[in-house]
Design a protein around this ligand. Structure first.
Ligand SMILES: Cc1ncc(COP(=O)(O)O)c(C=O)c1O
Length: 381
């Protein structure tokens, strides 16, 4: 008897799980998975505790606690000059992952094509495939990881239903420029193509660069669903609270799926985050905080044989190991964990065809001591 055939036959445990398990087994410094090893704000923890003790422990409204939606809307207005209707255009989700899944599930039908840009974050493909859609991968340019607009235009067909974009970009840290938004307008004009914009690293942008929310462009606004993550913003990836911003029309449809995937996101965390957002410093300081970490990590490794690619955003640093080895990146990453005691992510796993540019990804969202310890091991290699 065959009880079932897998709907995701090619899906294996994610590389993040694999490398974290390997790191633990070998007692390696874990610079693989994207999460901080330092605590989140004690003020925020006190707020969560307060709301729990206050009895705010029952279901939140399906679309999110009104105060949180109001604070998100005010943040958007202040930061980007975008007016967002808190009641109809913002939905609080259980992490960005749920936002991505619900957006894909709400709009993708069997045989619809979804364009993703590779290297791509790993949750897009299974969400599309579970809904019967087909992934059409388009490679970002190398080594600057920008969208290749000609290749994208060629990938579009009458079946294309959605483009998934992720800037600030994991794993490369590249950002969208104004001309990219104009290209996106031209590409999608007179079509019914939706844009799903994964902007979880919106506050982690460095130097003179800035984040351009796709929603900011009036032409793109009507076709865009944008997802965000408080886990990334407040050093609390385990809390799984995020949100989705989309027009009233798209949000109404999005909520039909969100309601039956999770119904609502936990109440005390939403209330605490709403309070925390009232102080813009709590998110505005993030870019200088992480820029210092990036610079510290770069400095420690200045004399190593790794070649760092410039990182404009996120908390990831790509490095080339050409001067050390000509192994496949997956083999090199495993060997780094086992032999050298530092766990990293190989970049080929973010490509459908396994493109191997001999790059690995370090996560530098770590205490100075952790970065120093990793650095001491890495300069020996
Ligand atoms: C690009 C990207 N999108 C989404 C997520 C998931 O966000 P969350 O933890 O809020 O579900 C991550 C987490 O690493 C990410 O890197």
């Amino acid at each position: 008897m065959t009880l079932f055939t897998s709907k995701l036959p090619n899906t294996k445990p994610s590389i993040f799980t694999v490398m974290s398990v390997l790191a633990q087994k070998h007692g390696a410094v874990n610079l693989s998975q994207g999460f901080p090893d330092f605590p989140c704000s004690s003020e925020l923890i006190d707020l969560v505790t307060f709301y729990m003790k206050n009895g705010d422990n029952q279901y939140a409204p399906m679309s999110g606690v009104p105060e949180l939606r109001k604070q998100i809307s005010q943040k958007f207005e202040k930061l980007y000059g975008i007016t967002v209707d808190a009641k109809n255009e913002i939905t609080v989700t259980s992490g960005a992952t749920e936002g991505l899944y619900s957006a894909i599930s709400a709009f993708i039908r069997p045989n619809d094509e979804v364009i993703i840009f590779e290297p791509a974050y790993d949750s897009y493909r299974p969400a599309v495939e579970l809904n019967g859609g087909k992934i059409i991968p388009v490679k970002l340019t190398f080594p600057d990881f920008r969208i290749d607009w000609e290749a994208t235009a060629q990938a579009i067909s009458e079946r294309t239903k959605m483009l998934i974009v992720n800037f600030p970009h994991n794993p490369s840290g590249s950002v969208l420029e104004q001309e990219d938004l104009e290209e996106l307008v031209q590409l999608t004009k007179n079509t019914d193509i939706l844009i799903l914009s994964d902007e979880v690293y919106e506050h982690l942008v460095f130097d003179h660069h800035s984040h351009r929310p796709i929603f900011q462009h009036p032409e793109l606004r009507k076709r865009t669903l944008a997802v965000y993550s408080f886990g990334k913003t407040f050093h609390a990836t385990g809390w799984k609270v995020g949100y989705c911003i989309a027009s009233k029309n798209l949000s109404k449809e999005f909520r039909k799926t969100h309601e039956f995937v999770t119904f609502s996101t936990n109440t005390p965390f939403q209330k605490a985050i709403a309070e925390h957002l009232k102080k813009p410093k709590n998110y505005l300081d993030l870019s200088s905080f992480f820029q210092k970490k990036r610079d510290h990590f770069n400095q420690i490794l200045m004399d190593s044989r790794f070649e760092f690619l410039p990182t404009k955003s996120t908390y990831f640093q790509l490095a080339n190991y050409r001067q050390i080895s000509d192994e496949k990146d997956t083999d090199f990453a495993v060997r780094m964990t086992q032999e050298f005691g530092v766990a990293v992510i190989p970049i080929s796993v973010f490509y459908t065809d396994g493109t191997d540019n001999q790059l690995i990804r370090f996560c530098f969202a770590k205490e100075s001591g952790t970065l120093q310890m990793a650095g001491e091991k890495l300069i020996q290699i």
